[in-house]
Ligand binder design. Structure first.
Ligand code: ATP
Ligand code: MG
Length: 566
């Protein structure tokens, strides 16, 4: 594990400022002692590990304080594929172990009420229909150092605005012809307060409201008032919305909002060797750099699920990274650490040879098969033992044999003795090669007195290797995944490049393994530790007993940290 991850790991569950704020609010008797949060995804992509942080925080705080958390789809942007995204989001939140009960809401459910709130603003002289073009609006907005200018349409009368907004709603203007803007302050030092747009025209079909609307509320307006409609107490969002908070409050304060939620910002999760922007993830999918949203290399929740991550490991990760006010990049190795911690406790151990080399045990009878006991999980004796067949011909890992080994190589080489895990001591007698000089087989002998892998006379062997019986082995396709990006921060692009230039060309290697028989009867999604090789999962998409496919979830140790330091 890298230094960065080690630092992150202790203490296991630090408290954080949001928990402290909620505690204080409860102590002060705010919100009648209620805690009500929401997770508000926009259904324009699959959820990623950053969203998992937000889900764990929102649902976690509600759970901890006996409150509620809503699932609200922020569907104010009509788009085509939204239904697929809605379904995937629900599946992912549920899989993480959270329950929104009957509180599945959509901002689009509030379109009528939001429209009424807009009318209210107009009536109070706080919103106007602006006919500047989008370019002019940009020009009039000013810059960080210069104030903006009032639109010539800013002083339209209430009656005129009501009439024009109604016309917008009826579809009598074209997209971009006009917008409804809040009348706040074109000289505000906060650009978000310079008469932000509240409604725009979009003549698009909406996945829930169909063609009913051609005006759609802008994010800030819809979000703040959806929170208020749902009586949210603590509206937790990421730091980029900090500058929007005055607008959030303005929207709530200037209409007859049914409640007064408070927005609190926290740092978004950034992960090393990973991109976490839906736009970039969509590009990876569309341009087929990966198999799809749930490709095991994707940082989506569905990708992690297929990779073999467990909900527990992701929740643990989310606890450990905590919640801060300052952006940082979390080391991917921390997430991997959390997965190892979880799987170490409960993954079934078994043996699979990823790059097989045949071994014939010359003094073992050709027709004999022994059934040996193997421990299912040394961390959990209650998981018991299983039966593993042993016979004259076995496979071992190619990498466990060297014809001409360096000094500290304790595994198999000519003349050396090693322990076959749970089986016997064997000694290498002969190396058989094909006409190209490739090693194709080893000839060994075994010591019948070493059954179970125990030394018969106190003699020591330094190496223990795994194996499978050739006659009983199951053929399995094993997908060895590595990081999708080679650069620690793929968002930090050099001139003339894009994040795609940092894709790891070797992020997937497929090997054809020989696996112990039980791996032919797994269920898709079952986690295993292939002894000495890592944690693997029966692929949820492609695994069948006829053609077992496994994905490597994570290696047993953090190999990447070492490689990347070179
Ligand atoms: P992206 O920026 O990745 O495209 P988004 O912020 O547009 O994502 P939303 O669907 O709007 O995605 O996000 C839903 C919720 O998840 C929001 O409250 C948002 O703040 C939070 N969220 C999104 N990305 C992260 C992240 N990396 N870390 C923590 N929370 C996040
Ligand atoms: Mg967003």
């Amino acid at each position: 594990m890298s230094e960065m991850a080690e630092k992150e790991i202790t203490p296991a569950t630090p408290s954080h400022f949001i928990r402290n704020i909620i505690r204080e609010d409860l102590k002060a008797g705010k919100n009648d002692g209620r805690v009500h949060t929401r997770f508000p995804p926009e259904p324009n992509g699959y959820l990623h590990i950053g969203h998992a942080k937000s889900i764990c925080l929102n649902f976690g705080m509600a759970e901890e304080f006996g409150g509620k958390c809503n699932l609200r789809f922020d569907d104010t942007n009509p788009e085509k594929e939204e239904v697929e995204y809605v379904e995937s989001i629900k599946e992912d939140v549920r899989w993480l172990g959270f329950d929104w009960e009957d509180r599945e809401y959509y901002a689009s459910d509030y379109f009528d009420r939001l429209y009424e709130f807009a009318i209210e603003l107009i009536k109070n002289g706080k919103a106007y229909v602006d006919h500047l073009t989008p370019e002019q609006i940009r020009e009039y907005r000013g810059t960080l150092t210069e104030p903006g200018k009032n639109s010539p349409y800013r002083d339209r009368t209430v009656e005129e605005n009501l009439y024009l907004f109604e016309k917008m709603k009826r579809g009598e203007f074209e997209e971009g012809e006009c917008v409804l803007r809040a009348k706040i302050d074109m000289a505000s030092p906060n650009i978000n307060m310079r008469d932000p747009a509240l409604y725009r025209i979009k003549k698009a079909h909406h996945h829930r409201t169909g063609d009913k609307w051609v005006v759609y509320p802008m994010y800030d307006f819809a979000h703040a008032l959806s929170d208020a409609i749902e009586h949210i107490t603590h509206s937790l969002c990421t730091l980029e919305f900090e500058d929007h908070r005055p607008l959030y409050n303005w929207c709530i304060e200037n209409v007859s909002a049914p409640s007064r939620p408070v927005q609190i910002e926290f740092a978004r999760l950034n992960l090393s060797y990973t991109v976490l922007s839906k736009r970039k993830l969509l590009q990876l999918v569309r341009e087929k750099h990966v198999e799809g949203w749930n490709d095991p290399r994707m940082p989506t929740i569905s990708g992690f699920r297929r990779r073999g991550y467990t909900p527990e490991s992701i929740r643990d990760f989310s606890d450990r990274i905590g919640v801060a006010k300052k952006d940082s990049i979390v080391d991917l190795s921390l997430l991997e650490f959390c997965l190892r911690e979880d799987l170490n406790k409960r993954a079934q151990r078994c043996m699979a040879v990823l790059r097989p080399l045949k071994v014939v045990i010359e003094n073992y009878p050709g027709d004999k098969v022994e059934i040996l006991d193997a421990v299912n999980n040394p961390e959990d004796p209650s998981m018991g033992v299983r039966k593993v067949p042993f016979a004259r011909e076995i496979y071992i890992e190619r990498g466990d044999f060297m014809e001409d080994p360096p000094k500290k190589f304790f595994r198999l080489y000519p003349g050396n003795e090693v322990r076959l895990r749970y089986a016997y001591f064997i000694t290498c007698k002969e190396v058989i090669k094909d006409e190209n000089g490739e090693i194709v087989e080893l000839r060994c002998t075994y010591d019948p007195a070493s059954r179970g892998g125990n030394s018969p006379d106190g003699r020591k062997v330094r190496g223990t290797i795994h194996w499978v019986s050739a006659a009983h082995a199951v053929d399995a396709e094993v997908r060895l995944y590595d990081n999708l990006f080679l650069k620690e921060d793929p968002d930090d692009v050099e001139e003339g490049k894009t994040f795609l230039d940092y894709i790891n060309p070797n992020s997937l290697e497929i090997v054809y393994a020989k696996a112990e028989p039980m791996l032919g009867n797994a269920k898709p999604g079952d986690n295993f530790q292939f002894e000495r090789m890592g944690y693997f999962v029966a692929d949820r998409k492609n695994y069948t007993s006829e053609k077992p496919v496994f994905n490597r979830s994570v290696t047993l140790r953090d190999t990447w940290a070492k490689i990347s330091k070179k």
